[in-house]
Write a protein that binds this ligand. Structure first.
Ligand SMILES: [Zn+2]
Length: 136
């Protein structure tokens, strides 16, 4: 329970069936995912000095300064931003986050924040795998 305004907002929107359908429809969600991916690519290319590779699961942008992403790394759209946290387990974990971005588009940002800062209770982290993500 957050008790904050954003939580109430998400619940109110979720209750409006048609609005939820519009926001999560691929025609709306997919361009949001592409936009997030473009932002992630620019951020990763500039700050990681173009150390970008395709892992199959995610586009990996490494060599970033630690202030440029959250925790051990952050996935924005299809792009995983990190310094050097690139084990096979973490890449599998981030590939699930990529799929979440693809499904929800930009709404994913709100949904993720609403799911809470405690990774062990955040449903998106649970779905991606707490052990693979280094949380368990
Ligand atoms: Zn994660």
């Amino acid at each position: 329970m957050t008790g904050r305004g954003s939580g109430g907002f998400v619940r109110r929107v979720a209750r409006i069936g048609w609005l939820r359908q519009v926001l999560l429809h691929p025609v709306v969600a997919r361009p949001g995912y592409w936009f997030a991916t473009a932002c992630g690519l620019v951020w990763g290319a500039v700050l990681g000095r173009f150390r970008i590779s395709n892992t199959g699961g995610v586009i990996l942008a490494q060599g970033l300064p630690t202030w440029a992403f959250g925790r051990g790394g952050t996935t924005i759209g299809a792009v995983y931003l990190t310094s050097d946290n690139v084990s096979p387990a973490i890449l599998e974990h981030e590939a699930v986050h990529r799929a979440q971005w693809r499904k929800y588009g930009l709404v994913f940002i709100v949904l993720y924040v609403e799911a809470g800062q405690d990774a062990r209770r955040n449903r998106f982290e649970v779905e991606a795998g707490l052990r693979k993500g280094g949380y368990a």
